[in-house]
Design a protein around this ligand. Structure first.
Ligand code: ZN
Length: 371
């Protein structure tokens, strides 16, 4: 494979500023790249409009198709976590790629984008050897998967999908990911002058505190977690707090266990509010759907075989997080999220090894020929 080309593409991509909602520069880069290829068409949807972004998801397909193969979608996302302005990529003698500036590297997920662009060139050279591959570049992944949520799945022919966006090692596949909900609680008490007649007040903060102490929080089981991560309320030190808002989340690999946990959290706050004479308003919204894919699925078997052929150990794993794979799975396209071996993603210590993405590229090139 052409490592220098992969590295060049990656370096150029990470230098394009593209936080969530500002993926236009990357979309232009991809569009320009594709304009140099033949028999390729590009469709841009209006997913960006759903969250005020600059552009939509890009779906790139070939007009020359080989119907002997199952249609497959490859996905990566164009947005990067912050801070991502002025990324200066460097590679050291060991092939470790990092950002010299005070930013993330953006390997999550520009490594996936770079691999897909190089694969596009490979397919263009001899389309008859490859399956019907749909290359999908999404927006808004880092903002609760908003891009893939707005993706019109009916535009895809894919029977399977591979998402290039897990921080696991090369050879790992995310075969199960959690169901997740966001929790918004508004706890209402009654205000009173804290120095003159505190007896007349009901402290919303005390309701919240009692609820938090009783609610199941943290690591609840090997497959279930919950957390409150934001709190806001109160006006002045001399007023018994009238209202407090707390926001949190719960996740589980099992939908039933998630529902039970959410029920217990709600009951904890309702009990606390009842006890104090206050009110608890509780809003629960799906954050993203979960999925479980059997290790017997043909796609998992095929991936495992090709990974082994490249001298690596295939592994099926569960994730604590969502990805574009969560959305495709929920819409009926079985989809794996593959380990791209990002190290310390979403931090200024992020790095990736050229060796790792080169091997993954080779694995993908083989998989899309076989499927
Ligand atoms: Zn990512």
């Amino acid at each position: 494979m052409d490592r220098d080309r992969l590295l060049k593409l990656f370096f150029e991509l990470v230098q394009i500023y593209s936080p969530t909602g500002k993926e236009g520069g990357v979309a232009d880069y991809i569009t320009t790249y594709i304009s140099g290829l033949s028999n390729v068409s590009i469709m841009i949807d209006d997913a960006g409009e759903s969250f005020g972004g600059e552009c939509g998801n890009l779906i790139v397909t070939f007009s020359v198709n080989n119907d002997a193969h199952a249609p497959l979608a490859l996905l990566s996302h164009m947005d990067t976590a912050q801070p991502c302005h002025g990324i200066i990529p460097k590679i050291d003698d060991d092939g470790r790629i990092y950002s010299q500036s005070d930013t993330v590297l953006g390997a999550d997920d520009k490594a996936g984008v770079a691999m897909m662009l190089l694969l596009l060139s490979e397919v263009e050279k001899r389309p008859q050897d490859f399956g019907n591959i749909e290359f999908v570049f999404t927006v808004g992944e880092e903002k609760n998967l908003l891009g893939s949520k707005a993706l019109d799945i009916s535009r895809l022919r894919a029977k399977y999908g591979l998402v290039l966006d897990s921080n696991g090692p090369i050879g790992s596949m995310i075969t199960s990911a959690p169901y997740a909900v966001n929790l918004k609680l508004k706890l209402k008490g009654r205000p009173a002058h804290a120095g003159i007649e505190p007896e007349k007040g009901i402290s919303a903060l005390t309701i919240a505190a009692k609820g938090v102490l009783k609610a199941p929080l943290g690591r609840l089981s090997p497959i279930t977690t919950s957390n409150f991560g934001r709190i806001a309320g109160g006006h002045a030190t001399n007023i018994v707090m009238e209202e407090v808002e707390i926001e949190g989340e719960a996740r589980s690999l099992e939908k039933a266990e998630l529902d039970r946990t959410v029920g217990e959290i709600k009951a904890s706050f309702r009990d606390a509010a009842d006890q104090m004479g206050g009110v608890a308003h509780i809003q629960v919204e799906e954050s993203f759907p979960g999925y479980q894919i059997s290790e017997d699925t043909p796609l998992v078997k095929l991936m495992s075989r090709v990974i082994s052929d490249h001298g690596l150990a295939p592994s099926c794993r569960s994730s604590g997080g969502g990805s574009d794979a969560s959305i495709l799975n929920s819409r009926g396209i079985p989809c794996l999220n593959l380990g791209v071996a990002f190290h310390n993603p979403h931090s200024k210590d992020e790095y990736i090894m050229l060796e790792d993405i080169s091997i993954l590229y080779d694995i993908l090139r083989d998989v899309i020929q076989i499927i």
